[in-house]
Design a protein around this ligand. Structure first.
Ligand code: ADP
Ligand code: MG
Length: 240
């Protein structure tokens, strides 16, 4: 589904991603872990072409995406993204938030977009909130709306950047439950999270990043129970 070859990205003098190689198979959940500043968000943003790499290649479904030539609006339709801070449109209802991109970007008929939106709200347990505005929702509810909104474009891959980091602890579980359900339905997902329980339970592949490099990749068992690299061990001893 995704193949990244030797990706490099700098901000000025700061070399943030260093020769990143990453393969994501269809249906896999890949969890990216690593300390703050290690480049996890930048990598996700490159996968969605919110950032453009300096060098290297990104293939989606086998197609090389040249960000300087490709129609990125179309490419992004296949790659949904959920952010730490929800980014809902505050002046739109929940339903309007969800149908916005399908109607205006994908040109889906409004009735059809509404029908899918209601199905997605049902799925994330918020069908009764369709006509509410974001301010009236809890953080966990906002994030579930943000997930429904990303799914409304019917993406092939979903990227999650610390989707539960801004939530009160008691609201984390409801968002992780939705993500877990999505994973079980076979969605291809790349998830940046500090929720090690989620990584252990749901990930097919765990990737540990440090200082812009992928240090180690493996199954949750390999990474959490017998990490090969000292740096992985150190990081895990701080977070587990
Ligand atoms: P992580 O998500 O792992 O915390 P980031 O990808 O956000 O790491 O950041 C990696 C490094 O790149 C950090 O040193 C950060 O300060 C820097 N950085 C991120 N975005 C920008 C930007 N737009 N301009 C300059 N530096 C940035
Ligand atoms: Mg980040």
């Amino acid at each position: 589904m995704i193949r990244v070859n030797k990706l490099n990205k700098s901000y000025g003098d700061l070399h943030v991603l260093k020769d990143i190689d990453l393969h994501v198979q269809e249906g896999d959940v890949v969890v990216l872990i690593g300390a703050s500043g290690s480049g996890k968000s930048t990598l996700l943003r490159c996968l969605n072409f919110l950032e453009i790499e300096d060098s290297g290649e990104i293939y989606l479904e086998g197609n090389l995406i040249n960000p300087r030539q490709s129609d990125l609006t179309r490419v992004r339709q296949n790659v949904g993204m959920v952010f730490q801070h929800f980014h809902l449109f505050p002046h739109m209802t929940v339903l309007e938030n969800i149908i916005e991109a399908p109607v205006h970007v994908k040109k889906t008929a409004k009735n059809e977009a509404k029908k899918l939106a209601m199905e997605l709200l049902e799925k994330v347990g918020l069908a009764d909130k369709a006509d509410q505005y974001p301010y009236s929702l809890s953080g966990g509810q906002k994030q579930r709306v943000a997930i429904a909104r990303a799914l409304a474009m019917q993406p092939k891959v979903m990227l999650f950047d610390e989707p539960t980091s801004a939530l009160d602890p008691e609201l984390v579980g409801e968002v992780l439950a939705v993500m877990k359900e999505l994973a079980m339905e076979g969605m291809t997902m790349v998830v940046v999270t500090h929720e090690m329980g989620f990584a252990q339970e749901v990930a097919d592949v765990v990737v540990f990043m440090d200082e812009g490099k992928i240090i180690e990749t493996g199954t949750p068992e390999q990474i959490f129970e017998s990490p090969r690299e000292e740096r992985t061990r150190q990081f895990l001893s701080q977070v587990l």
